[in-house]
Design a protein around this ligand. Structure first.
Ligand code: FAD
Length: 728
């Protein structure tokens, strides 16, 4: 039996299976054609590209798939759909379905729908999420549970893919198992000639068997790709690389794997690689000068505003460099509330764009206008010219403002790059990195180290991809969000942000660099940046000399102060996580001044930083709030300061330790006084630790076990009294 490697989502299927699949469909009555529907709800394009991948692979498995975005409701009708439906749904915000799925969710949540409204529907659902955030995969879960409530049945178990650990860990085996599940559902529809078969037995097992994934390989199947064998000919050296060749010896003497080289057993393995993704774009460069086009136009709701102030909030010797920006939004009449955020559009680094152009031999054509069209005869299903690539933009403009050139290339991209790599050993390594066997190496040397295209091109000098490949694989350059750290009551016509300059130290895979947006912002404001407490030179300058930035409001639906000011609030915001709370407290300070008779609930702020004297952000302002009663309790901890002179043991190190010390108050605010808990900042550690501490506090207070405490916490979330604004 032969194993055929297929797809860019890593799909492996035996030829025998394929033959069986097709022949079994040939025996089906024509009305039960092996046709299914794919519906996706995507926020940033991931769910869409996975859905398109499923669509693309369907034909190889003998199926025909139709595909539609959930927002195109005129293109499908689940109320009457008798074909199996595959949903791919991402999650955004505080566990919300993506914007493109809102209408659909509203429609299925309609209370007038009867309990068996979807009893005709057979479906599978792949939910995408990130365990670093609350309400993991909730976008997909919301749709899934509502469909179940209304009588729809799974024909395949739901997959929950975690962007925190790598979507492909779940997505690839899930897709792998989907074909078998579809085969079964079609057979069952065919034999009973209707859709009412009991499908419950082709769910969990099916998926788990495939999720473990190894069985086909273990059975000793031979890989049908000469290209992938170690006996591959090194095209440049004209030598055969085999397991006993000197090349392999040289590689393995080092016995340390790296981005560029593997060690046994991987270097000696026969590889299962994804099939080459179908190319679908054709790019022409026209010699029309587009010089002068340097920033994006005002589309997508972005406005260009001046940066009126930039203040360094931390001391020079602090571990992180925090900067406060003040934007002048007075002329744009942009309204916001504390708790809202703003998207900032930032360009790719000019030096990286230059290097990319040089490396692709396109330096002289950087001002040419780019025309992108669909390739005629492409086998890619539902191919579209990506909307984020403007027609007639210059090449330099597109690489600077439209494509996330820093993103870690997905395995499909690595696979495609291998085909444009001349040197045999380099090609072999790229194939290893995208192979099933090389998954651990891909995670260590590409994904976890955030290697980007340029890093790969540096590491593999004989790789020379065409521009069309970059346009097909590089995602849209995403804006970065920053929480408002001000209230417009206190700073009319202005909004403040605070951010840490993200730093990635040099490693074998790439040189040292700063985060794309924070590094750019730090450079961009360097001419007006001043240390805390000094006179702002920029106030004497006209707005024309102030740096500019493109921003767009990103309102939060929930992360706001309670409408009733008498409700007590607990805020947890270490480091730059304090940003929205500065906005909350400025607002509260003004409201208290304006309305002295009103009752205001208690306000608690748990703040933390490394050193009291180096990175205690907004120290003076917070102390003022405490002094004038705006803030009832300012509870601070310093994680890297020595214990005080008295040698106090068990000094609280992190915010959760202080929460524990004030457990009684926190519990009483949340459980007795209907108060709210807000958490803002680092998603990876802090938010999880705070959540665990909250469970502990509630468990101890009510003398209940963890499961019951979790139910109470879930209830607080549901009532929007436990709110998170967290980022990684
Ligand atoms: P990027 O270049 O995007 O890098 C960021 C991440 O990419 C890293 O954390 C890491 O996971 C990965 N990464 C990239 N390169 C590497 C590498 N070489 N090695 C390892 N990992 C790598 N941030 C604030 O500072 N203040 C705020 O008020 C704030 N508010 C926010 C509000 C919201 C609603 C959201 C969603 C986010 C908020 N953020 C805030 C986070 C902010 O949007 C950015 O993510 C952050 O500033 C980093 O952006 P960057 O472009 O500098 O970094």
């Amino acid at each position: 039996m032969l194993l055929k490697a297929r797809s860019c989502g890593i799909q492996y299927v035996t030829r025998l299976e394929l033959a069986f699949t097709k022949s079994s469909f040939h025996n089906m009555p024509c009305e039960v054609a092996a046709r299914f529907l794919i519906l996706y709800g995507s926020q940033r394009g991931q769910a869409q590209s996975i859905a398109e991948e499923i669509c693309q692979q369907a034909a190889e498995h003998g199926f025909t798939a139709d595909i539609s975005c959930l927002s195109n409701q005129h293109k499908y009708n689940v109320d009457r759909e008798i074909r199996p439906v595959v949903f791919v749904v991402s999650t955004t915000g505080d566990g919300d379905p993506p914007d493109t799925a809102h209408k659909f969710v509203r429609k299925i949540k309609n209370k007038s729908l009867v309990h068996d409204h979807f009893s005709h529907l057979r479906y599978a659902l792949l939910a995408l999420g990130d365990t670093n955030y609350a309400n993991f995969c909730n976008g997909g879960k919301t749709i899934d549970s509502r469909l179940q409530q209304l009588g729809a049945k799974h024909f395949y178990a739901t997959g929950h893919a975690d962007d925190g650990t790598g979507l492909e860990v779940v997505v690839d085996p899930w897709i792998e198992g989907l074909w078998d599940a579809l085969k079964k559902i079609f057979s069952s529809m065919s034999s009973s000639n209707q859709q009412s078969a009991d499908l419950s037995d082709c769910t969990q097992d099916n998926y788990h068997k495939n999720a473990s994934g190894q069985e086909k390989n273990k059975s000793g199947l031979e890989v049908d790709l000469q290209l992938l064998k170690l006996s591959e000919v090194d095209s440049q050296k004209g030598k055969t690389i085999t397991s006993d060749s000197s090349d392999v010896e040289t590689l393995s003497t080092a016995l340390v794997a790296s981005l560029k080289q593997s060690v046994p057993p991987l270097s000696e393995s026969v590889l299962n690689v994804p099939a080459l993704p179908a190319s679908y774009l054709e790019v022409c460069l026209e010699q029309v000068s587009t010089e002068g086009e340097t920033v994006p136009s005002d589309k997508d709701g972005y406005r260009e505003v001046s940066i009126s102030k930039a203040v360094q909030l931390t001391q020079d010797d602090a571990v992180k460099n925090a900067i406060l920006l003040e934007l002048d939004i007075s002329e744009q009449s942009i309204a916001y509330q504390p708790g809202d955020a703003f998207d900032i559009l930032c360009p790719n680094r000019a030096s990286e764009v230059e290097e990319l152009l040089l490396r692709l031999d396109l330096q002289t054509q950087k001002n040419c206008a780019v025309q992108v069209n669909l390739l005629k005869n492409s086998s890619k299903k539902a191919a579209k010219v990506p909307l984020h690539i403007p027609q007639s933009g210059s090449l330099q403009f597109i690489l600077t403002w439209c494509l996330e050139i820093r993103s870690a290339p997905k395995k499909a991209f690595v696979r495609a790059l291998a085909d444009f790599t001349q040197n045999g050993s380099e090609k072999r390594r790229l194939l290893e990195l995208c192979s099933k066997e090389g998954s651990a190496d891909y995670n260590s040397f590409v994904r976890d180290t955030n290697v980007c295209l340029l890093d790969l091109l540096r590491a593999f000098p004989s790789c020379l991809p065409p521009l069309s490949l970059l346009f097909e694989h590089l995602p849209k350059l995403q804006p970065r969000a920053y929480s408002a750290a001000s209230s417009s009551l206190q700073h009319p016509g202005k909004v403040h942000f605070v951010f840490n300059v993200v730093e990635f130290p040099a490693c074998p895979e790439h040189p040292a660099r700063t985060g794309l947006c924070t590094g750019w912002l730090a450079d961009h404001v360097s001419s007006i940046l001043r240390p805390l407490g000094t006179v702002p030179a920029s106030e004497h300058l006209g707005t024309s000399s102030q740096p500019k930035v493109h921003v767009r409001p990103r309102p939060s639906s929930t992360f706001h102060l309670p409408a009733d000011p008498s409700i007590p609030v607990v805020m947890v915001g270490p480091g730059t996580g304090v940003a929205p709370f500065i906005g909350f407290l400025q607002q509260r300070e003004k409201e208290r001044e304006a309305n002295q008779e009103a009752t205001f609930g208690e306000t608690w702020l748990f703040f933390g930083c490394r050193h009291k004297d180096k990175d205690f952000l907004f120290r003076e302002e917070l102390e003022r709030f405490e002094h004038n009663g705006t803030l009832s309790h300012l509870i601070v901890c310093f994680s890297r300061d020595e214990p005080d002179a008295a040698g106090t043991v068990n000094t609280p190190t992190y915010v959760q330790h202080n929460l524990r010390l004030h457990a009684k108050n926190v519990a009483s605010i949340l459980l007795k006084n209907k108060g709210s808990l807000y958490v803002c900042g680092d998603a990876k550690n802090m938010a999880k630790d705070v959540n665990d501490t909250l469970l502990e506090i509630i468990g101890n207070e009510l003398q209940i076990d963890k499961l019951d405490a979790m139910k109470i916490v879930a209830g607080l979330r549901e009532e929007k009294r436990y709110l998170q604004d967290i980022w990684s």
